[in-house]
Design a protein around this ligand. Structure first.
Ligand SMILES: [Fe+2]
Length: 232
């Protein structure tokens, strides 16, 4: 008897085109040939198995990785990871990376003249709980210039990677902050053509989450759009 595996379809119409000319580097890296559709095997339809103890509670607090407090304003970012049918995705890996409060990444390729922070790497990870809930403590990232066009500055954002229940569900995206004046000028933000989908990349200020005299809070739920389908 052969093993029957589910397949996963990519959500249509919501993700940005692979080639978005206003976002210049996509012109070179986008495929110029039709995509080759690879068959989905057991590896593709299962999620990463991380093992006990690989992700520590402290990995979710980006303000506690150094010998001292990082500079900038503390924020809490929390939300739920849901599947395309609105069900929670438990025990799934959520990874984040971001610039520091001055808008600089802890990375050898980032050399613009903003200060590094010895107490801030900008990297964190957490597993969702049984209700798909995740929570980070971090620093609000600064904006940074990126040379794509004249006077190009990225809106403040946090990069997210979410695995879901299968490798084929993996979503790499960015979370933005409400009211950013740079939204109309950012070709990465605007490469998502659907205005409703763009709005879903913006977190909501969460006054109830705010810890008095410690930090403000933001809510950001993520729906992994791919839906399991029966194997062909
Ligand atoms: Fe970035």
């Amino acid at each position: 008897m052969s093993l029957i595996l589910p397949g996963y379809e990519r959500p249509r119409g919501l993700h940005p085109p692979l080639a978005s000319p206003a976002y210049k580097s996509t012109v070179l890296r986008a495929p110029s040939q039709p995509l080759v559709v690879l068959p989905q095997h057991l590896t593709e339809v299962t999620g990463p198995l991380l093992g006990e103890g690989r992700v520590k509670d402290s990995d979710a607090d980006l303000t506690a990785q150094g010998a001292g407090e990082p500079l900038g304003q503390r924020i809490i970012v929390h939300g739920r990871v849901l599947d395309g049918d609105g069900r929670p995705v438990p025990d799934t890996l959520v990874e984040v990376w971001q610039a520091n409060a001055a808008g600089r990444y802890h990375h050898s390729r980032d050399t613009w003249p903003a200060p590094l922070d010895p107490n801030f790497t900008g990297a964190g990870r957490v597993l969702t709980d049984s209700s798909g809930y995740y929570r980070f403590t971090t620093i609000r990232p600064g904006i940074y210039p990126w040379g794509n066009h004249h006077n190009a500055w990225r809106p403040a954002h946090i990069h997210f990677s979410l695995f879901g229940t299968a490798f084929t569900e993996r979503l790499v995206t960015q979370m933005y902050f409400p009211g950013d004046p740079l939204f109309p000028y950012d070709p990465i933000f605007n490469s998502v053509l659907d205005p409703d989908a763009r709005a879903r990349m913006i977190a909501t200020y969460d006054h109830d989450l705010t810890a008095p005299e410690i930090s403000t809070g933001y809510r950001w739920d993520v729906v992994l759009g791919s839906t399991p389908v029966e194997a062909a």
